[in-house]
Design a protein around this ligand. Sequence first.
Ligand code: GTP
Ligand code: NAG
Length: 444
Amino acid sequence: MAAHRRFVVCVVLVLCSHCLKTECSLDTEADLSDDIVFQSGSHQTLKVGPAIPRRYLLYHVNHGEGFNLRRDVYMRIANLVQRLQQDGDWVLVLPPWGRLYHWRTRSLEQIRIPWATFFDVESLNRYIPVIEFEDFIKETGQAAIDQILYLQAYKEGWTNGKWEEKIDERECIEPPAYRLDEAGVFRGWFWGYPDAYAKAFKCLSVQGMARILAPVLLNNFTARSVFVDRGEEILHDYYGQVQYWTVRRSMRFAKHLRDIGDEFRESKLESTDEKDKTVMTDNWRDMERKPGSAIGGPYLAAHLRREDFARNNRKEVPTLERAADQIKVALKKYKLEKVFVATDAPKHEIEELRRHLQDYQVYNYVPPKGVLENFKDGGVAIIDQWICAHARYFIGTGVSTFSFRIHEERQILGFDTKMTYNRFCGHSEPEDCEQPSVWKIVYH
Ligand SMILES: Nc1nc2c(ncn2[C@@H]2O[C@H](COP(=O)(O)OP(=O)(O)OP(=O)(O)O)[C@@H](O)[C@H]2O)c(=O)[nH]1
Ligand SMILES: *[C@@H]1O[C@H](CO)[C@@H](O)[C@H](O)[C@H]1NC(C)=O
């Protein structure tokens, strides 16, 4: 998983100049079609054309991927929908959350979770039209999807070592994850909805940015609802550019989770938005902050990714003792006494970390039973991220997408990148290990 993600990041970097080039041709096309619509309308006073039928884009991500990589895939797909919107009435159907590898609390049923549990759906809707899967069922009358497009790489890899953008209908490389049943429809995993099915299934080999799917969805597959599986196969159209940050800004966490995090900040960490200069506007579109305008609460936040990262002995993971040493250096430098630790570590590891930091006040968020029951492991992780996002200083774990999303959240709130783009040096790395690359927020 992680190797795959690193690979994706490299490709994005290499292709940056390439995507800039193709950008202009696509934009011209859009402008032309706008003109035509406008002209025909201006000749006749009352021109009632046939209503454009609403089309639905559904998508799914490979089962093994974590929550925070899935958030990244949402951004790629949302920008595709934004592109499709120029040519019709498209709506993105949000894939219910569930069965994530890292969601370990066995006593909970963590399946068919709507996006509203974790995100502010109204905010998402301010960028592109989105609906929950349950609403899709209500709107269309049944959990039936017209067409599955299963994305995969090219069997032959990159031919003669050259990377180019392409997409073709191909035979499935792996045995298909959907099977035709006696009734002639495709059955498989549709987020735990046993009645859901699809009418048609195809594999597409793809190498390219999300928008490479646009002409295919507009011209080749004209079914009303199209389900793109393995959405992580396509790359960001504009990594780190305006479109990237706009959709990222639209991904606000659900208010009920933010409130819980804020309550913890206030009661334990002496942190409130007024004092910390992190007050948010109601609409993210009106929020543009100068880097450095946010001060943050009087605490340091650390994200310490353990579990599988530690078990696999990744070089980016520090021993708890070394993590504590690095935290102490920053606490002294910024004259702070309080530490908030977000981690997936077992209790005994948190206790060990506390022992190494006994001269300081160490906090971590332990959810009351009701919070865990209502908002699940995913909600608790978001509360952790939210508290980290409001600290004066943040230090994360290298290559963890959990930490990456905190970096972004802090830029949106207006923190200086120096107080954000920091990570622990792992057990087999030098003390001055390479720090995360800074992706500065852009608004225009
Ligand atoms: N509550 C909480 N959960 C965490 C924390 N760190 C990781 N997790 C859980 O572990 C999951 C995996 O982390 P992700 O950020 O999704 O992904 P990653 O850390 O990059 O790991 P992979 O993508 O799986 O390689 C998260 O989605 C959480 O469920 C943490 O600090 N607090
Ligand atoms: C889409 O249709 C065009 C024109 O018929 C064809 O050349 C192309 O191969 C098709 N692409 C896919 C992915 O089906």
